[in-house]
Design a protein. Structure first.
Length: 262
């Protein structure tokens, strides 16, 4: 509790120690607050699908449907909600492993161009179905990055997936470029954009700009939190810039392998 602040005085060792203890107390309080918030969020996130499951299961049990079509519809909702719940549990498990540093990354020489192209190819179909153009820009060659190839692909796929989800029409452009000492990857869309007040929070666990939209696509609200963790665990950085009505751009930067840079 902060009431137990140690009196800090002077510039001597005791003063420094007191300051360190006070910092720890603040950190501990922050940690407790985060923990409380986290459990509240998880309970809430699980409560919503539970409500659906209960409601539709009992509708089926009591034969509250008129047609077979309606019955199938109820079953589909139950399936969707169980899918979402298992994704949520998987994502939570993954995130907790990352935060505790218990995730095993397999570092190797990774060709960012190839990995980004894979992510683009995987999501191209979905984009086409929505009538969205997918553009991939790349240099002829690029220095390699020391990273986990599969995790790197997971990062890009997640960002391109989101771009498809939150774009109604227009273009998604994935650009790979080699800068001095680093590789830069941008994922830009012409979608709904994110209001300035929401922008600093999009990497927070469970933060969604529009809850209903995220639900519609089966989102867990954990995707960007995972993307950020994975990026930082591989020595990279991620930034976002956005304008409502115009679009969103995520920028990733990874240091290139020292040998490759020489
Ligand atoms: P979700 O599972 O809800 O998609 P994410 O963590 O991936 O969760 O993203 C968090 C929120 O950030 C989303 O709910 C959405 O509101 C917003 N968002 C993410 N990517 C985009 C994008 N490309 N354009 C607009 N909004 C986005």
């Amino acid at each position: 509790d902060l009431a137990t602040r140690v009196a800090a005085g002077g510039h001597d060792e005791v003063g420094a120690l007191a300051a360190a203890i006070n910092d720890l107390a603040v950190e501990l309080q922050q940690y407790r607050q985060n923990r409380r918030q986290f459990f509240a969020d998880v309970s809430h996130e699980l409560q919503t699908p539970m409500t659906y499951l209960e409601g539709y299961a009992s509708a089926l049990e009591n034969k509250l449907y008129q047609t077979e079509e309606e019955q199938q519809h109820y079953i589909r909702i139950i399936r969707q909600e169980t899918d979402r719940m298992s994704r949520l549990v998987q994502d939570l498990f993954e995130l907790s492993k990352m935060e505790e540093g218990k995730i095993a990354l397999v570092f190797e020489e990774v060709d960012i161009i190839e990995v980004a192209e894979n992510a683009v190819m995987k999501t191209r179909m979905q984009a086409q179905q929505k009538g969205i153009d997918m553009i991939f820009r790349r240099p002829d060659t690029a220095p390699s990055v020391e990273a986990d190839g599969a995790r790197m692909e997971q990062i890009f796929t997640n960002l391109v997936d989101n771009a498809v989800k939150y774009t109604e029409s227009g273009t998604i452009t994935v650009t790979v470029s080699a800068q001095t000492d680093m590789m830069e990857i941008t994922v830009a869309d012409t979608g709904s954009g994110i209001p300035a007040t929401d922008l600093p929070h999009v990497f927070d666990r469970f933060y969604r700009v529009e809850k209903s939209r995220s639900r519609e696509f089966g989102g867990t609200g954990l995707g960007l939190a995972i993307v950020k963790q994975l990026t930082e665990l591989q020595g990279g950085t991620i930034d976002v810039a956005s304008e409502p009505g115009t679009g969103t751009r995520f920028t990733l930067r990874f240091p290139v392998r020292k040998e490759a840079a020489q």
